[in-house]
Write a protein that binds this ligand. Sequence first.
Ligand code: BDP
Length: 327
Amino acid sequence: MTVRTFALNTTAALGVAMLATPAMSLDLRGWNIHVEDYPVSIAMEAFVEEVEEKTGGEITGKVFHNGVLGDQPDAIEQVRLGVIDFGEFSLGPMGQSVPEANVVSLPFIFSSVPKMYELMDGEVGAAIGEGMKAKGIMPLGWYTAGARSFYTASQPIAAPEDVQGLKIRVMSNDLFVDMVESMGGNATPMAFGEVYQSIKTGVVDGAENNPPSYESTAHHEVAKYLSLTEHLIIPECLCMSLKTWEKLTPEQQDVVMEAGRNSTEMQRQLWEERVAASLDTVRSAGGEITEVADKAPFQEAMAPVYEGFLEENPDLTELVEMIRNAE
Ligand code: BDP
């Protein structure tokens, strides 16, 4: 036997052996955009810890916080490819790869955060989850991101007209561009990490986010007017690359699912406390928080966003209706 055929035979034998025995040990890389003390980050660490413990160290993992593994839209692609094993994503940017996920990026679609939980833990979440699996992403739990509101450097936003002429940063998804444009503003899709500098230097006039992200990024230091429009309630997901998921034994998959459920419960609890703490921090730093008692004008201004979306995605009408008609 020549050296070359020997090498080929050995490789073939190894290949068979690898197929026959499921991976005994795996070290997973996890993507996270947030700072380490953020509710998402704490719950992700708890997820990894539980998986490590319950698999007796067969599966270990590390969460890379602060977006060091790349921007969110890129990271979603990396998870699909199996280059990154797991991550925590907003369904906002997820909508660009998974059409079903877009329904939760429609402004004012959920009437409240508890309603969002109920629907995401039921049929709506199941339908979006199927869409994600078809694109190579396995959901393990729906985290919360509360409700997003507008903030600017110059003025409160009490009515849709106040958005007119303002440059507002949005997450990368055409729906958010439509949302801002429907109120006469100019939308600028941009990576999360660039927002602080862009507001500071006047590239944009403001942005929109939930209180914990507004505060943890110090955006409140450069855009002190927070107006509680609560126009978007976008769930997030702790999820795993389907490629990684398929390397796991059924027992390991059960452990991962259960750890996902537990970390979701933890994240939702930590969230409420953090919202209150963030609003306190913002207030003591001199932020001006405006309640928006009448959200109806904002909701009415969103009609073209729904029309455009349903026209382009008639097959998602049922899912949209399922959420809108939920009692
Ligand atoms: C935060 C989300 C995060 C997004 C960010 C953003 O948790 O996933 O990247 O908003 O606005 O609330 O980009």
